[in-house]
Design a protein around this ligand. Structure first.
Ligand SMILES: Cc1ncc(COP(=O)(O)O)c(C=O)c1O
Ligand SMILES: Nc1c(O)cccc1C(=O)C[C@H](N)C(=O)O
Length: 427
């Protein structure tokens, strides 16, 4: 019998099974692995890989229990008395916890309220109106920010007679301070960007951009929707003036969970948001004549706080407080690094490009890959129970939630994408 010798693979060539073995080793060594069972994974039995936690985080078991307990005991038990028992202060209480656990913000500067869109409007108006009083009528922003931010800015510019100075962002590149500097000047009132870009995942240097804004005498506002709960933040340390963000992504607050707003304490009493509602009044129940804003961050609140909708957020912040953001960021960076390796090995041969930075310190918690036909591919993946999301024009975003996504789940998602591309390309 003759045998044909199989040539040895090149020493650095990927071997079949290496990725699966690595995923298993990484999961076994992951100090946060057990946290996965805190989530209601079994509620979605048809989903083999959930890669959209950067759009809507999974629910905690504790949230289901806390919501039910809240309805029965707090709402059902205390009825209207709940407002006097403490609900009234939830915007600041939850805001302070969020500030402590995630934002690097000392107490008294953060509230939970409204939607990101509405809080963004309120904070941009507050910053611009202060600028207008000093003859500053320009806002520096970028063309690749999330639509709601761009649309709100357009509306405010028309409403207040301000001029938008656009950084023309290449969606495959991030915002850099070098791009921002030439647009700054004595007319700049505000500089505003997303901290992590929703498409590419680029992480902006918030400290450097804030410093450049301050040198020009302007304020800096960041939308933290894609970084909060995934990237470590130090708003006070970076000198950021204002910030907003969602709580339904990496903070797992649930669909439509309220947003948060941060206003640095040095601006309290100086910057005023325009939606003067009774819940932001110094004495809501005096119900008197004339608006007098509450002191501190409470003045950012307008209407009745969304108490029920903060219950899951509080449950998740308790978990994050136990775990700590450094461990979350470390897991997030390990997940994105592993994902990129899997993409390089399994998807690059099919013509897939990576839009997310290779440097782990220059990216947030998601990885975006591109190919011309990804809209159709994403639809087909959803039909197979693999859920990333598609973002125009050609990106599939692989969102990796540090506490609920495993390395094996990440690999399963990339493998499903590889399989689908192979089927399409064989046609
Ligand atoms: C950067 C950014 N800002 C704001 C939003 C959403 O704002 P809202 O919660 O008001 O819909 C999102 C996502 O939906 C986002 O990615
Ligand atoms: N906020 C969303 C919604 O209400 C429905 C569907 C998706 C979303 C999102 O969060 C989109 C997300 N901000 C994004 O970056 O694409």
């Amino acid at each position: 019998m003759t045998t044909t010798a199989t040539p040895d693979p090149a020493p650095d060539a990927p071997r079949p099974g290496d990725l699966a073995r690595r995923a298993a080793e990484l999961d076994a060594a992951d100090p946060l692995a057990a946290r996965r069972t805190d989530f209601l994974l079994e509620a979605a039995p048809g989903v083999s890989a959930y890669l959209d936690g950067n759009s809507l985080g999974r629910p905690l078991r504790a949230s289901a229990a806390a919501l039910s307990a809240f309805v029965e005991q707090q709402w059902g038990g205390r009825l209207i008395q709940g407002w006097s028992d403490g609900w009234m202060a939830w915007p600041e209480v939850v805001g302070d916890q969020l500030g402590r656990v995630c934002l690097g913000a000392a107490p008294g500067q953060t509230v939970v309220a409204d939607s990101t869109t509405v809080l963004f409007y309120k904070l941009v108006r507050a910053a611009l109106d202060a600028g207008l009083a000093q003859g500053r009528d320009e806002i520096v922003c970028d063309t690749d920010n999330f639509p709601t931010d761009r649309f709100v800015l357009e509306g405010i510019a028309a409403e207040r007679g301000a001029r938008l100075r656009w950084v023309e962002t290449d969606p495959a590149a991030g915002i850099t301070v070098e791009q921002v500097r030439p647009l700054l000047g004595p007319r700049t009132a505000l500089v505003t960007f997303s901290h992590v870009a929703y498409r590419s995942g680029h992480l902006a240097d918030a400290a450097a951009i804030t410093a450049a804004a301050h040198e020009a005498g302007a304020l800096a506002l960041f939308d933290l929707s894609h970084s909060v709960g995934s990237v470590e933040l130090d708003l006070d340390g970076w000198g950021v003036d204002l910030a907003v963000g969602c709580t339904y992504k990496y903070l797992n607050g649930g669909p439509g969970a309220p947003a948060f707003g941060y206003l640095a304490s040095r601006h309290h009493g100086r910057l005023h948001q325009p939606v003067q509602g009774w819940m932001g009044h110094a004495q809501p129940f005096a119900m008197g004549q004339g608006y007098e804003p509450a002191a501190g961050a409470r003045g950012l609140v307008s209407g009745t706080p969304p108490i029920l909708a903060m219950v899951p957020l509080r449950a998740f912040l308790d978990v994050l407080e136990e775990v700590g953001m450094p461990a979350v960021r470390a897991k997030s960076q390990a997940l994105t690094a592993f994902c990129l390796d899997a993409v390089d090995e399994l998807l690059a041969p099919a013509g897939v490009e990576v839009a997310t930075p290779r440097d782990p310190d220059a990216r947030g918690g998601h990885v975006t890959v591109r190919r011309h036909d990804f809209q159709a591919v994403n639809d087909a993946l959803w039909a197979r129970g693999v859920l990333p999301d598609f973002r125009h024009p050609d990106g599939i975003r692989i969102g990796l939630a540090p506490l609920s996504t495993s390395f094996a789940e990440t690999l399963a998602g990339v493998q499903a994408l590889q399989q689908l591309l192979a089927e399409r390309d064989a046609r």
